[in-house]
Design a protein around this ligand. Structure first.
Ligand SMILES: Cc1cc2nc3c(=O)[nH]c(=O)nc-3n(C[C@H](O)[C@H](O)[C@H](O)COP(=O)(O)OP(=O)(O)OC[C@H]3O[C@@H](n4cnc5c(N)ncnc54)[C@H](O)[C@@H]3O)c2cc1C
Length: 287
């Protein structure tokens, strides 16, 4: 497993022997769950001062390997959507494992009690503030793009502001849907959430999972299924209109681009924090 002993950000070869200081902006891992050989989730302690809006992301990471010449270690940080809602006392993340990925080749080995670095500066566009009021909210995700919606699905504002919430999640294989499937299933029996958001709040959710490779009840890319009307037929919805519908999109760059075209085709316009409109987009990763 990764060596997660506490280290100082400015540690040198000579000081390393006596370094007992904790990581800069350290947070402690409280639980880890592996879903597939490519996906896992984990929870960490939350800095007391951290305020964020459900749907935002932060930079997290570990100390990188020591520089062979100087022995110095630098933080290795990556953007991560916070998958837990703004009111949660811990922070949850949902992560890919990239075999040769500088961060995730190590991060995938974290265990409870280990430390990660978390820069407490949340940002992002997948927030309620970036959308104008509407009746139905759509979350469109692929892969780990589900993460910000795991936060927003547990955010009271989502149900206060909208009559209906449709969450689509597309992955290659069925096992890759499990984190999202279970999260949504668990909302039904979560006493705290039902108390917080009103009994039966989860009845507003329409869950629409699809796979592109492994056989499953609904196969295909969501962009195709929207364009040929399958989604609307399946859900008994007339269609997407700028009057009623609001969208949030999180996936690969290609997915986001295709989804933008689809939503613009339905007459929706892209919004931002400074100029709220009818849909917003965030990339789930670069590359
Ligand atoms: C705004 C934003 C939010 C993000 N939120 C998350 C998140 O919640 N969970 C998460 O796992 N990652 C997220 N990422 C991606 C994350 O920042 C890292 O890229 C990822 O953790 C891999 O890091 P790495 O150093 O191991 O590999 P990197 O060098 O960062 O990536 C190597 C390659 O792996 C692929 N890759 C990277 N991330 C993913 C991914 N999530 N899904 C599929 N392929 C990927 C890409 O092809 C990339 O070029 C987010 C990225 C951005 C820009």
């Amino acid at each position: 497993m990764t060596d997660m002993r506490p280290v100082d950000a400015n540690m040198t070869e000579t000081s390393s022997k006596v370094a007992t200081k904790t990581l800069p902006d350290a947070q402690t891992v409280t639980s880890v769950e592996h879903f597939t050989d490519r996906l896992f989730s984990f929870r960490v302690s939350r800095p007391q001062s951290l305020r964020f809006r459900s749907g935002e992301f932060v930079m997290i990471g570990l100390m990188g390997d020591p520089d062979p010449k100087t022995g110095k270690q630098k933080p290795l940080l990556r953007a991560y959507s916070i998958a837990s809602p703004a009111w949660d006392e811990e922070l949850e993340f949902y992560s890919i494992k990239v075999p040769d990925g500088p961060l995730t080749s190590k991060l995938q080995h974290i265990q409870p009690g280990d430390e990660i670095i978390l820069r407490p500066k949340p940002v992002g566009t997948l927030v309620h503030d970036a959308l104008l009021p509407g009746k139905r909210l759509w979350f469109f995700s692929t892969g780990t793009g589900f993460a910000p919606f795991a936060s927003l699905l547990r955010e009271p504002d989502t149900y206060e502001k909208y009559d209906e919430v449709v969450i689509t999640h597309t992955c290659r294989d069925v096992a890759e849907l499990e984190y999202g499937r279970r999260l949504i299933e668990d909302l039904k029996t979560d006493e705290l959430l039902n108390e917080l958001m009103g009994d039966g709040f989860w009845k507003k959710i329409r869950y629409y999972p699809t796979t592109t490779r492994e056989q499953s009840p609904k196969m295909g890319r969501i962009t195709t299924l929207l364009q040929d009307g399958t989604v609307f037929k399946d859900l008994g919805i007339d269609g997407i209109t700028p009057e009623n519908d609001r969208g949030m999109v999180c996936g690969s760059l290609d997915f986001n681009k295709d989804m933008k075209d689809v939503l613009e085709g339905f007459g929706l316009h892209e919004g931002s924090n400074s100029e709220p409109s009818e849909y917003v987009v965030e990339k789930a990763f670069v590359g």
